[in-house]
Write a protein that binds this ligand. Structure first.
Ligand code: PEP
Ligand code: MG
Length: 560
């Protein structure tokens, strides 16, 4: 049986046929022309393609639900947009091929919408999507985006962009496998939030024929061709375990009663409502930039208050940790970040944007304070990408000026872990952002599949950063809580190690709460400390993971 190996980023074992994500449509060559003297035929071809695309999107909107339905409806309207078709027809009348014409027309319409700003600018991505679909239709290529199928399938892609996943139907997709992407990539984060088994950085999978039936093990990180009785049994056992593991009882606690509140990572009010339904004990990370992605102007104070209050109201009386805007690198916000920086991950991002766009942070803190005053949630506020004790002290001052009582910092840069004692002297708490802490400790871009082995939070160097931070937090004179809100907290075995290292809360996608809760509940604090010692002392990430997992027999029967 042939195997492909990658990095398992979301557990689960399934068998199913694979479907490849079509390659993105390439730009028709500049100067490509239609047959001489046949502009009418070329215009007719364009119209037919636009109609076919619109019909297909409408059909899919008819069977989709919720957000996916809204996205598909908006895109279907755009497929027959009069401005797009008129401008493409003009180009055809000047000799351009229909594909080239719609490509160029799409670019000008997108630019115009972008320049209009606000809601119109948010439609830019729809126009570009639609033009690719029309070009694919004209060329007889498969439509871009998640394939539609009448039977569930395992989606194989190079990597998935956030936009691809808007139409990802978890009832249709059994698992995600990518040849690129790392453990902290969007694919990985989305897979975990949807509860889909996933393997990233699995080189060679792009060459598996469409329709081939494979076995995916999202914990082991393997894809096997020709699954037999053994794999069937493993998939069946996982189905049963997953069904039993859907509920978190609302209290994170070790076997001997040491409480570790399990919180949720959310991107806005909708997520928060779902997190509350999943019995998260609060919010450990509100990614406020997710409320305003695609905005090219600073959100108004009213917009911000509404967005934050929606989250607070989902957790009355409970802790909600709000992170101030973390723009930059993989999360650009046009009003805060400079897209031409040569090295965005090391650039003006996170808290540093206060240097280049003074005032935005103060206005955000005031909006958070106002929303907090209208709700009963216990609101904590933290800044992303803090590197020095001066930055921590400056942030604490801004919070205090805004009337916010509990300022904190994210520890995601090695300098912050090394200086934890001084940094925590200036603020009330810290939250370890293990996604970035891993990328910066290992100097490995979190988005690159080729560096996935480095970009792994089981790296003993990363575990040592966590240990240093906790030690700094417990320094004489102050004992400040340190939580984890990076993806590491959602890996049940790693969660045990983190608790053993002394972190006091774990924040994760709500889907992971039940698994993490069950595994945490299977060990005493002393056992967690012993397992943490084993992981930290391991020479490699693979050894740290396998040695820690060997101490946690509960993982296997739970399919984790
Ligand atoms: C992190 O870096 O671990 C984190 C939680 O922040 P983000 O993933 O939003 O960068
Ligand atoms: Mg981060």
């Amino acid at each position: 049986m042939e195997n492909f190996a990658g990095v398992g980023v979301s557990p689960g074992r399934v068998i199913g046929p694979i479907r490849h994500m079509p390659k993105s449509v390439s730009e028709p060559p500049a100067g490509e022309r239609h047959a001489p003297d046949a502009p009418e035929e070329a215009v007719a071809a364009l119209k037919a393609a636009s109609k076919a695309v619109q019909e297909e999107l409408k059909r899919r909107a008819g069977i989709a639900k919720g957000d996916a339905q809204a996205v598909l409806q908006a895109t279907s309207l755009m497929a027959a947009d009069p401005m797009l078709l008129k401008s493409a027809t003009k180009l055809i009348n000047n000799g351009a091929s229909p594909a080239r014409a719609v490509w160029e027309a799409g670019a000008s319409v997108a630019e115009m919408l972008h320049n209009l700003g606000g809601y119109m600018a948010e439609r830019t991505a729809d126009v570009l999507d639609v033009r690719s679909r029309i070009v694919a239709e004209l060329r007889g290529l498969p439509a871009p985006g998640i394939p539609s199928s009448d039977t569930p399938f395992i989606l194989v892609a190079e990597d998935l962009a956030p936009a691809d996943t808007a139409t990802l139907d978890p009832a249709q997709v059994l698992a995600l496998v990518t040849s690129g992407g790392g453990p902290q990539s969007h694919t990985a984060i989305i897979a975990r939030s949807l509860g889909l088994p996933a393997v990233v950085a699995a080189s060679g999978v792009d060459d598996i024929a469409d329709g081939t039936v494979v076995f995916v093990d999202g914990a082991a990180g393997t894809i096997s061709l020709d699954p037999g009785a053994e794999e069937e049994a493993a998939a069946e056992a996982y189905r049963a375990a997953a069904a039993a593991l859907t509920v978190f009882d609302g209290v994170g606690v070790t076997a001997d009663g040491h409480e570790v509140p399990l919180l949720a990572n959310v991107g806005g009010a909708k997520d928060a409502v779902k997190a509350a339904e999943a019995k998260a004990q609060g919010v450990g990370l509100l990614r406020t930039e997710f409320c305003f992605l695609e905005r090219d102007t600073e959100p108004t104070s009213e917009e911000q208050i509404e967005a934050y209050k929606g989250v607070f109201d989902a957790f009355p009386g409970k802790k909600v940790v709000v992170r101030t805007l973390d723009a930059g690198a993989d999360k650009p916000l046009p009003f805060l970040t400079d897209s031409t920086e040569p090295n965005p991950a090391l650039g003006v991002r996170g808290y540093r944007t206060d240097l280049t766009s003074p005032g935005v942070l103060e206005r955000q803190l005031s909006a958070i304070a106002e929303a907090a005053s209208q709700a009963t949630a216990d609101v904590w506020v933290m800044a992303p990408m803090i590197s020095t004790a001066e930055e921590a002290a400056d942030f604490a001052k801004l919070c205090s000026n805004a009337g916010l009582q509990t300022p904190g910092v994210m520890v995601e840069v090695p300098s912050a872990a090394l200086m934890a004692e001084a940094i925590l002297g200036a603020v009330s708490f810290a939250s370890l952002g293990t996604n970035d802490l891993t990328q910066y400790t290992m100097a490995a871009d979190r988005q690159l599949g080729s560096l996935a082995a480095l970009n792994n939070s089981w790296q003993p160097a990363v575990l040592r950063m966590v240990k240093l931070t906790v030690e700094g937090s417990a320094a004489e004179g102050h004992a400040k809580p340190v939580g984890v809100c990076g993806e590491a907290a959602a890996d049940p075995a790693l969660a045990v190690v983190l608790v053993g290292l002394g972190v006091s809360t774990l924040s994760m996608t709500p889907r992971a709460l039940a698994g993490v809760g069950a595994v945490l509940n299977s060990v005493t604090l002393a056992e967690a400390q012993r397992i943490a010692g084993i992981a930290v002392a391991a020479p490699t990430a693979a050894e740290a993971r396998s040695r820690a997992r060997a101490e946690l027999p509960v993982l296997e029967p739970l399919g984790l």
